[in-house]
Design a protein around this ligand. Structure first.
Ligand SMILES: [Zn+2]
Length: 339
């Protein structure tokens, strides 16, 4: 089996490694498509702070090619989403038989090896069969939609509620779509007008350019009440405490995203407004809900894909993403075709 491994920041190597089914509930999966998101580029360029060597690739889909005799939920040729986060197996919740409540979920491609390989052997519990109405390109976003679902839950987002969302990358845009589906009113904020324009094309009505007039602009949209909650997505080019200013007194601020750089916020500003601050970085429980949302077209990730590239261009795609990041650009989502 072919594996792509980041040996150290900026160094990608290809490796051949035999791997076969070891337990009755494992299955072998031909990885067909993989999402190269900004998170993979950060693993590659060294800014994600992961331990090396590591196989990148958090979000992937594939087709089961072989199953252990104990597999119940998958069979040969089942198309699956390879779940991006898994329980740690070591925390108190995990060892007492409640992995769904794991306190230290581990993301593929960061805390453990990811899916950037041609074949993968995994327990069937991390393989989610895909309905025919969810094509591969959409299925690649199941993990992000699942995380967004957890954010919406954390906000107690209700009908008509204004939510300020910082960052118009994939996470922020999908979150806005989900909030609209739940009849809340997202206000998407970013410094990049091109990304805001793309979000408008995805059905996000209120978009605001982050500048000096931001607070007044949000006040106008909310009739002076400000947003009931704000969500700050990681690596958004706006200071993280800006989310305090857009939130009404007593509101909630959620920090979320695929990994988080070391940031600090002035706590007094949050205390003065009695804000509740919380963080959500992944989700294990909403995978089936996320698939349902995609089946119902509640969210549409298709416009977020900038390009499709063959496996032969993996190294180029990562290097180009790293260069773009270095120049201060925003890395788009690319789909790698491994067939
Ligand atoms: Zn655990």
């Amino acid at each position: 089996m072919k594996i792509w491994k980041v040996l150290s920041p900026g160094v990608l190597a290809e490796e051949e490694k035999p791997e076969s089914i070891q337990t009755p509930t494992q299955a072998k999966v031909k990885v067909t498509r993989l999402l190269l998101s900004p998170a993979e580029v950060r693993v590659f360029d060294g800014s994600a702070g992961v331990a090396y060597p590591v196989v990148p690739g958090r979000f992937a889909v594939g087709v089961v090619s072989e199953t252990g005799e104990g597999c119940l939920s998958v069979e040969k040729n089942t198309r699956v989403y390879i779940r991006d986060v898994a329980p740690c197996g070591r925390c108190e919740q995990c060892v007492t038989g409640r992995p769904e409540n794991c306190t230290h979920l581990v993301a593929a491609g960061e805390g453990r090896d990811g899916a950037l390989r041609d074949f993968l052997v995994a327990d069937e519990s991390v393989l989610s069969p895909l309905p025919p109405s969810v094509p591969d390109d959409k299925a690649l976003f199941i993990g992000i939609v699942s995380m967004c679902e957890a954010v919406v839950d954390g906000l107690n987002a209700a009908k008509g509620m204004h939510i300020a969302v910082f960052g118009a990358d994939a996470v922020g845009t999908l979150l806005c779509q989900l909030l609209i589906y739940r009849q809340a009113v997202p206000i998407l904020i970013d410094a990049d007008e091109e990304l805001l324009k793309r979000a408008q094309g995805c059905g996000v009505y209120y978009t605001v350019k982050a500048d000096e007039g931001l607070e007044e602009h949000v006040a106008r949209i909310t009739g002076g009440r400000m947003a009931a909650g704000s969500v700050y997505t990681s690596y958004c080019p706006v200071p993280p405490e800006t989310a305090f200013a857009t939130t009404a007194a007593g509101g909630t601020v959620v920090y979320t995203g695929l990994g988080f750089p070391p940031v600090s916020v002035p706590m007094k500003a949050a205390q003065d407004k009695r804000l509740t601050l919380t963080t959500i970085s992944n989700d294990y429980s909403n995978c089936a809900a996320a698939i349902n949302l995609l089946v119902n077209n509640a969210v549409d990730p298709a416009p977020l894909i900038a390009a499709h590239r063959p496996a032969a261009e993996i190294a180029d795609a990562l290097a180009e993403g790293a260069k773009l990041r270095k120049e201060g650009g925003r890395v788009p989502c690319t789909v790698i075709d491994l067939l």
